[in-house]
Design a binder for this molecule. Structure first.
Ligand SMILES: [Zn+2]
Ligand SMILES: [Zn+2]
Length: 239
């Protein structure tokens, strides 16, 4: 897991803030000179492809502790010119982070028309590409939205499962209105489901197993078992 902290007030001329849709603008790390994709900034950039959850906290004030703002997903970033701690102009990174809860419902919606006709390998390539981003430029990940990236991973995971729950190995309990077997994507390294993750960290589960890995008596053990199963499964796929 990666923990991000946002203070009250401004950090070196830029205040972290939410927009009206709940997207969070997070100023990168680095007090002096140009910012770079190292340490914390690199961790934010790569959290999806590394299967790491991003948890955001707000420092309420000195001695008052931290308020938990929730789990977020990296959407994209841009470079801006902003003063550093010495007042010198430098290149700085502003991340756009989306609350996972906004993506959760979205992944339960039905599959894209083009994805249905894609081969498993093409669908896998598309999913892995969707989980990766480049730090070089203002990154829009090939201008694809966070929803499209999220969906690419979901579509592949459902195709990989081929109508069978990846935990209990039973067929999906019913078909959706579009005729596809009903299974739910589960992100094994997140508290909430949603967002582009490397498919090694996402399973397709029947609704009962999905509830169980979140709320069951043996939730943690089952989730760990699932992670190991997916790791082996994905490692055997040709790249
Ligand atoms: Zn199941
Ligand atoms: Zn889940």
């Amino acid at each position: 897991m990666t923990f991000l902290f946002t203070g009250s007030g401004e950090r070196y001329g830029y205040a972290d803030r939410f927009d009206e849709e709940g997207t969070f603008f997070y100023f990168g790390e680095g007090q002096k000179g140009h910012m770079e994709f190292v340490r914390g900034n690199l961790a934010v950039l790569n959290h999806s492809s590394h299967g790491k959850a991003l948890h955001l906290f707000h420092a309420v004030g000195r001695g008052k502790g931290q308020k938990y703002l929730g789990e977020f997903v990296y959407q994209d970033h841009k470079w801006v010119i902003a003063p550093d701690v010495d007042g010198n102009s430098r290149r700085a990174i502003i991340f756009r982070l989306v609350p996972v809860t906004r993506l959760e419902q979205f992944e339960l919606a039905s599959a894209d028309e083009p994805a249905k006709h894609m081969t498993l390998q093409d669908s896998r390539r598309r999913a892995i590409a969707a989980s990766k981003v480049s730090g070089l430029d203002d990154s829009k990940n090939g201008s694809r939205t966070i929803y499209e990236r999220s969906r690419a991973v979901r579509d592949y995971v459902l195709k990989r499962a081929a109508g069978v729950c990846e935990l209990c190995k039973e067929p999906a309990p019913f078909r959706r209105s579009d005729g596809l077997p009903y299974l739910e994507p589960h992100h094994t390294t997140r508290l909430s489901d949603g967002g582009p993750d490397h498919p090694q960290f996402v399973a397709a589960l029947c609704p009962a197993c999905h509830r169980e890995v979140h709320y069951g008596e043996h939730a943690q053990a089952k989730n760990l078992m699932l992670r190991e199963r997916l790791r082996v499964l994905e490692a055997s796929e040709p790249t």
